[in-house]
Design a protein around this ligand. Structure first.
Ligand SMILES: [Ca+2]
Ligand SMILES: [Ca+2]
Length: 247
């Protein structure tokens, strides 16, 4: 454990990467604002009702090892061909104790259907990249005929059921992750926000946290601006609250 505003260098025995290997590491956590240098891996740790930002070493979190241990879930093979699924997460965002599949999708921009009766410009007209694709979060039930639904699979056109699909995002996302990062018992959607000019392969500019509200997602927190290529969730300080890591 460590206190905000303090530097702590201490050797510790810790379970490395989901308990698969026991490694003797130096547990190095330094508040990012006090380093005076550009941090390469940052952890956003929930403490005292807010998130503190720390620089961590690759001994505490190794992006390559994390990627090897966390393979994405399988996708239905009949998703629309126009969808570019950048990330898929298997998690219960809606709190009904049934995991859904959250997809980070870039797909051809479409206006809101009711805008055909509007004479004004569309509020979402600019929410697309130069290819004309907009960014969306879409929740699907990958097993609509299974125990997550009492309805027959034959009622569905596809092997999945769309639970919720968000509008074109004003600020597109380049990566998403899932975890209860504020310890309230509800799974949060953690996102790396980019921009439409840089597109889906561009850098992330900040980390944001979103909570399901019954109708969609509400933003709960956004980090200071930075430049990030990757995003993960893992408890790096062993306080049993999942932390956000960005690098
Ligand atoms: Ca939560
Ligand atoms: Ca933690």
């Amino acid at each position: 454990m460590f206190k905000p505003g303090s530097r702590l260098y201490r050797p510790s025995l810790r379970l490395f990467s989901s308990g698969l290997a026991l490694a003797f590491t130096f547990f190095l956590i330094i508040p990012a604002h006090s380093t005076g240098s550009e941090a390469s891996i940052l952890a956003f740790i929930f403490q005292d009702d807010t998130f503190i930002t720390c620089k961590i070493s690759t001994a505490v979190f190794n992006p390559q090892v994390y990627a090897e241990l966390h393979q994405p879930p399988a996708l239905p093979d009949d998703l629309p061909g126009s969808w570019d699924v950048r990330n898929a997460l298997d998690a219960d965002f809606t709190g009904d104790d049934i995991a859904e599949l959250a997809l980070l999708v870039w797909r051809p921009w479409r206006d809101w259907p009711f805008m055909r009766w509007s004479k004004g410009p569309s509020p979402i007209a600019d929410f697309h990249d130069e290819q004309g694709d907009s960014c969306h979060i879409i929740l699907i039930d990958p097993n609509p005929g299974g125990k997550s639904s009492e309805r027959s699979l034959t009622l569905y056109k596809h092997s999945y059921r769309e639970i919720w699909a968000g509008s074109a995002l004003p600020v597109p996302l380049v990566q998403i992750a899932a975890g209860d990062v504020n310890g309230d018992g509800l799974v949060d959607l953690v996102a790396l926000e980019g921009d439409y000019e840089s597109g889906r392969d561009g850098a992330g500019h900040c980390v944001s946290i979103w909570q399901w509200n019954g109708f969609g997602f509400t933003m709960e927190w956004r980090s200071e601006p930075g430049c990030f290529a990757g995003l993960a969730v893992q408890d790096v300080n062993n306080d049993e609250i999942i932390d956000i890591i960005a690098w």
